[in-house]
Design a protein around this ligand. Structure first.
Ligand code: URA
Length: 208
């Protein structure tokens, strides 16, 4: 089966998933979308109201900012893959609970195993901590981190940047580094196929 067909299968499973309570209150599942061959996957936290209405990730105000940031590095949203840690909207946009994150985890893991992006840009604290549990967004944003399976590049969440001009500045600066992180990620030992080097805290900055 090709990548698209495999991802379509996962999408079908996400749409009928009842592994946690969120499916009871959400209107639509938001499986993720985009270029299945993209070198970059952008991963957010969970759908908000507009995403819940449409079944598509990052289509509200935060999504509009994401599109502006992508344009800065000559990318359109259709060039990349965009998804979330959590596939159903938490009521009132509350933070996802640990059991909801655990229940949803297999979907994103399988999606990323199929897409095999060179880097994962995590949007906000939740997505960063999903891949790198010791991360601290104020310290680690804009620094590429080699985890066991991925090169992760944490940035502030666009929704946070809409509320805070300092974060907006940092988010813009971090986005400008993305093309260079992609190129560096292709060179061992940073390439995702390479075995992680034994660094003390499992973290390895790429000098960016
Ligand atoms: N915020 C997220 O984390 N994900 C979305 O899809 C929209 C807003």
């Amino acid at each position: 089966m090709d990548k698209k067909a495999l991802l379509d299968d996962i999408e079908k499973n996400v749409k009928v998933c009842q592994k946690c309570r969120l499916c009871k209150t959400a209107k639509n599942a938001v499986p993720g979308e985009g270029n299945v061959d993209s070198e970059i996957a952008f991963i957010g936290e969970a759908p908000g109201a507009t995403e819940d209405e449409t079944g598509r990730p990052f289509v509200g105000r935060a999504g509009k900012l994401l599109e502006v940031l992508l344009a800065q590095i000559n990318l359109k949203r259709s060039d990349v893959w965009i998804g979330n840690v959590i596939k159903h909207r938490p009521p009132e946009n509350r933070d996802p609970l640990p059991d909801e994150i655990a229940a949803c985890m297999p979907h994103l893991t399988m999606q990323l195993n199929i897409i095999k992006p060179k880097i994962i840009v995590t949007l906000g604290r939740y997505a960063m901590n999903y891949f790198y549990k010791d991360g601290k967004i104020s310290r680690d944003h804009g620094r590429a981190i080699k985890t066991e399976s991925y090169v992760v590049f944490p940035v502030y969440h666009p929704a946070a940047a809409l509320r805070n001009p300092e974060m907006a500045k940092a988010l813009k600066a971090d986005f400008l580094k993305i093309p260079e992180v992609v190129e560096k990620s292709k060179v061992p030992p940073f390439s995702t196929g390479a075995k992680a080097l034994p660094v003390p805290d499992g973290q390895m900055g790429l000098g960016l």
